[in-house]
Design a binder for this molecule. Structure first.
Ligand SMILES: C[S@@+](CC[C@H](N)C(=O)[O-])C[C@H]1O[C@@H](n2cnc3c(N)ncnc32)[C@H](O)[C@@H]1O
Length: 206
């Protein structure tokens, strides 16, 4: 978590420092970056399931916190992300930072490609896409058993994993949808599952 938070925070700081005025967080969940980095001229758009957004907004209101976020309630499996971003006033002729943190494992591969392509089509020059994945090498039985247990736990809280990323898959997702990877960091292998590491990337329009 700390590696991905630091990497993506740096992308946000870099984007704001370069004068990027719109930041789109796809699969934002309870992300607090609009609160942590907000207050300037940046426009924030958060995309997530309508039910998740309603809960987040209720919790923020209960805390007396107001944010300046445009909420685009979208089920990425069925709804049209492109139309939703237009409705949320995303301007595709200006640079954007697009953040997809902790998202792509929960969507099928073809939906991931479609999301990245929609974002690429809306990416003016100077835009950046940043995302992370858990990259898994083929490993031994005990590691597979551990993954099975983690998958079962995630499924129990309604977060079923749809896509596993092998070596090179994250880069392929970026390039296949028209992005060029420009920065990348990976963690040391996971302590319990030596075949898994976190990978976090930043890409520019290719
Ligand atoms: C693991 S959470 C990550 C949240 C946040 N980006 C973070 O890193 O803390 C995955 C998020 O993706 C959202 N998500 C999963 N499937 C989705 C779908 N089909 N449409 C829209 N959002 C989805 C979930 O609602 C959840 O907020």
């Amino acid at each position: 978590m700390s590696l991905r938070t630091r990497f993506i925070d740096r992308e946000v700081a870099r984007a704001i420092g370069r004068g990027t005025e719109q930041i789109v967080i796809v699969g934002a969940g309870y992300d607090g970056r609009a609160l942590r980095f907000g207050g300037g001229t940046t426009r924030w758009i958060e995309v997530d399931m309508p039910s998740t957004q309603a809960d987040k907004r209720r919790r923020l209101a209960a805390l007396g916190v107001t944010d300046a976020v445009s909420y685009a309630g979208v089920d990425l499996m069925v709804d049209n992300l492109d139309h939703a971003l237009t409705a949320a006033n995303h301007n595709s002729s200006e640079p954007s930072l697009f953040i997809c943190e902790g998202l792509f494992a929960y969507l099928p591969r073809e939906v991931n490609v479609s999301v990245c392509r929609v974002l690429r089509a809306r990416a003016a020059e100077g835009s950046v896409l940043t995302f992370n994945v858990a990259e898994r090498a083929a490993t031994q039985d005990h590691a597979l058993a551990l993954r099975g247990a983690v998958d079962a736990l995630l499924a129990a809280v309604g977060e079923r994993r749809h896509t596993n990323f092998g070596p090179g898959d994250a880069e392929l997702l970026a390039t296949a949808s028209g992005w060029k990877v420009v920065r990348k960091e990976s963690s040391a292998p996971h302590r319990l599952d030596q075949g898994t590491r976190l990978l976090v990337l930043a890409a520019e329009p290719g």
